[in-house]
Design a protein around this ligand. Structure first.
Ligand SMILES: C[S@@+](CC[C@H](N)C(=O)[O-])C[C@H]1O[C@@H](n2cnc3c(N)ncnc32)[C@H](O)[C@@H]1O
Length: 719
């Protein structure tokens, strides 16, 4: 009877029980065997309706209260265990919250909700408690707001599409609106939610050529169906990067190439070793929605979704939830669970949150059953065969010959303008994208010091340098905030400064004597002072050879920094050691695309990035010799980390001046500033300075990530 009444009540209303239950191995009975979970409804009078089947339509009255009880194992992060016989239940969650992303407050909320309801229910009748996913009760204390969220009616076309709105912290949003204007910021915000519609490949010119890479990629992409399949999209046209040449294909069939993807050389002067592979999107996908039968779906984490939008498949760790009864080989819709505002004012991920409208990123074939997805810890869960954005994946393709890199990053290496034989410092180098670009521009001739704070990331630089066959890169684990070597009193007796022309730049340093090169303190300035080493076997050795020999002597044979697994620590470098320094600073990364959530960045966190960057910049300034160059870059749209850093640099270090950059591809910087409510005035560029910097706007025709590059000439430091 209840069932009938209930079905009557549900007629014609939207789905509310398509929340997939997380864990098919929830073990109520103590017997470790899988079962197929189902949904249940508990009425206030204690009656329970269990739904072993798929979807039901329920309309909630305004005074209905909805609670969601979630079953899962400690492995997946959360368990609610109901023990109706002993008339108690408790909630367990372990530290692996990342899998579900539940904040404890959320669990507490659910617990509270569950507890309140249980107290009002007749326990003895809760025979399906272990399966309960949805609870409805009348006249409890839960807010109507919650009901409204669940009760809002939504059409399938609104839901089954990709149209995310990036959430920002309100103060950050206000600040950006002041900087860019509301319309422009809305366009930037929108662009950030989408990937660039092309992949940018840097050819390792020491090993290959663009033509050869294009040929190889064309046939590889053709083999994988990329150059021959008709486009799956129906609507939006491919975005043009505005800088590609005509499509190039291997088999002379331009028609085929244009259907889905094409390969072209970059036509910016000097960048013909950069190859673009055009992707497509956003496409409209038919998810097969039927009025009373929504598609089965898999909900993935935000990070997973962002990777999928860039061309990846869905891997098991990215799966947060899955509809019931999904079997291997089934077609499923893929949506993303985004952070939602929590009761505590923070953000939490709740994969059961219903509002996933506009958050569908494609369709895929499940590579394992639903049970499998929660049993194994790795592997491909879904093969995404119908994507909102189609971008070919280049994983493991042409290893050593190519490197996938954003266009602005490639341009950063050019802005530095490294010359063969020079000494370059890349202060925050990992994973080594720009380091290797610099080394290649120098034809592997000179010395590129690649430092990073993180041991493991330094290993990544080594790996990449080895893969690309670059010998001029030396890696160190070094905190950029301590990049300048402090000289102890004893060192002073035989240490010297390292200016090119012997001028003293650092008052702490002695004025004469030879610079001490210790195992770890790496001032290279002695090479500027010394010319050639003593003849050995009647031959002079170059400085580079000498340094290499020194390294071999110190480290023993076979210990090559770019091949080995060891990371050398370094105490820093003496002032004026380098011809050029790149500071590709750690930043808020608010230019990275695609990005589906930005709510966690606050004005405070943005300002702390700025402070950190200024301190690093102060170190960079000391390490470059007079006449040298500093390039500062970030991948954020935040003027506080970009133009405001330039202002700080120019106002603090009077011997710095902005330098022109080549090639100039990005747009001008922001002039003006921003007044904060506490009276603080942030200053950006002054008129006349804006064209010296390059600002890559994600909403512009170039379709790049958000990026910023400033280049400084270092004058005489005694100003
Ligand atoms: C923007 S990423 C650099 C990307 C790199 N330049 C590339 O193109 O591949 C910033 C790097 O700064 C490093 N980092 C953060 N704080 C640092 C510090 N205090 N000293 C040195 N490196 C730091 C991070 O480990 C990270 O690898």
């Amino acid at each position: 009877m209840i069932e009938e009444a209930f079905v009557e009540r549900m007629k014609g209303y939207r789905v509310v029980d398509d929340f997939p239950i997380l864990d098919p191995y929830y073990n109520v009975s103590g017997v470790d065997e899988p079962y197929l979970p189902s949904f249940g409804i508990v009425f206030k009078d204690g009656a329970v309706l269990n739904f072993p089947s798929e979807n039901y339509f329920i309309r909630l009255d305004p005074d209905d209260v909805v609670g969601l009880a979630i079953l899962g194992t400690p492995r997946s992060g959360l368990s609610i265990i109901g023990n109706y016989q002993q008339q108690n239940f408790y909630i367990m969650y372990d530290t692996k919250k990342s899998r579900l992303g539940f904040a404890p407050t959320k669990c507490a909320e659910i617990l509270e909700l569950f507890a309140t309801l249980l107290l009002e229910l007749n326990f003895a009748k809760l025979k399906y408690l272990n399966f309960v996913a949805l609870i409805i009760a009348k006249n409890t204390t839960f807010t109507e707001k919650k009901c409204n969220v669940y009760a809002s009616v939504m059409g399938p076309s609104e839901r089954y599409c990709y149209n995310p709105a990036l959430r920002w912290n309100p103060q950050v949003e206000e600040y950006f609106v002041k900087a860019y204007g509301a319309d422009h910021f809305a366009r930037i915000s929108k662009a950030l939610t989408q990937p660039s519609c092309y992949s940018c490949i840097r050819v390792n010119t020491l090993k290959s050529t663009s033509d050869s890479v294009i040929k190889k990629l064309s046939s590889l992409l053709q083999e994988n169906g990329w150059l021959s399949e008709p486009s799956k999209g129906t609507d939006a046209a491919n975005n043009s990067d505005g800088i590609a040449t005509e499509p190039v294909v291997s088999d002379g069939s331009p028609d085929a190439a244009l259907k889905n993807s094409f390969i072209s050389k970059c036509k910016i002067p000097g960048l013909d070793y950069v190859v673009f592979v055009q992707g497509s999107g956003p496409h409209t996908i038919d998810y097969g929605y039927k009025e009373d039968k929504p598609p089965k779906e898999v909900i993935v984490s935000r990070k997973c979704a962002e990777a999928v939008l860039r061309g990846a498949h869905v891997y098991v760790p990215g799966v947060l939830a899955c509809s019931a009864h999904v079997e291997k080989g089934e077609q499923v819709a893929v949506s993303v669970a985004l952070e939602q505002p929590g009761a505590d004012g923070g953000w939490g991920v709740d994969p059961f949150y219903f509002e996933r409208n506009g958050l569908y990123i494609g369709q895929g074939i499940s590579m394992m059953s639903r049970a499998g997805m929660f049993r194994v810890s790795q592997g491909v869960a879904l093969d995404l065969n119908n994507r909102v954005f189609n971008l070919p994946s280049f994983n493991d393709l042409l290893e050593g010959e190519i490197f996938l890199q954003n266009l602005p990053s490639i341009i950063t290496a050019h802005a530095l303008d490294p010359q063969e034989g020079e000494k370059i410092l890349d202060m925050c180098a990992a994973p080594g994208g720009k380091t290797t670009a610099i080394a290649i521009l120098m034809k592997d001739n000179g010395e590129v010091i690649a430092a990073d704070r993180s041991h493991n990331k330094v290993l990544e630089i080594q790996k990449l340098a080895a893969e690309l066959g670059l010998k001029c890169i030396t890696t160190y684990k070094l905190d950029a905030l301590k990049s300048v070597q402090r000289i102890s009193k004893s060192d002073n007796q035989d240490a010297t400064q390292g200016g090119v022309n012997g001028s003293i730049q650092n008052p702490e340093l002695p004025k004469s004597g030879l610079e001490k090169v210790s195992d770890t303190a790496l001032g290279f300035s002695q090479d500027k002072v010394a010319t050639l080493d003593q003849p050995k076997n009647g031959k002079y050795t170059s400085n580079a050879e000498h340094r290499k020999n020194m390294r071999v002597m110190r480290n023993g044979p076979g210990r090559n920094n770019t091949l080995g697994g060891r990371v050398e620590k370094c105490k820093g470098f003496f002032p004026n050691t380098f011809d050029r320094v790149l500071l590709d600073a750690p930043c808020s990364a608010l230019g990275l695309r695609p990005r589906l959530f930005s709510g966690e960045d606050t004005m405070e966190s943005l300002q702390s990035h700025s402070k950190y960057q200024r301190r690093m910049f102060d170190q960079a300034v000391q390490l470059v010799r007079p006449g040298g160059v500093i390039v500062y870059s970030t991948c954020t749209i935040n003027p506080g980390e970009n133009e405001a850093l330039v202002r700080y640099a120019l106002d603090t270090h009077k011997f710095l001046s902005l330098a022109s950059q080549h090639p100039k591809v990005g747009g001008p910087g922001l002039v003006g500033g921003c007044q904060f409510p506490d009276g603080y005035q942030e200053e950006w560029l002054r008129p006349g300075e804006e064209d010296f910097v390059q600002r890559f706007d994600p909403s512009s025709e170039l379709d790049t990530m958000g990026f910023f590059i400033a280049k400084f000439n270092v004058g005489g430091k005694d100003i």
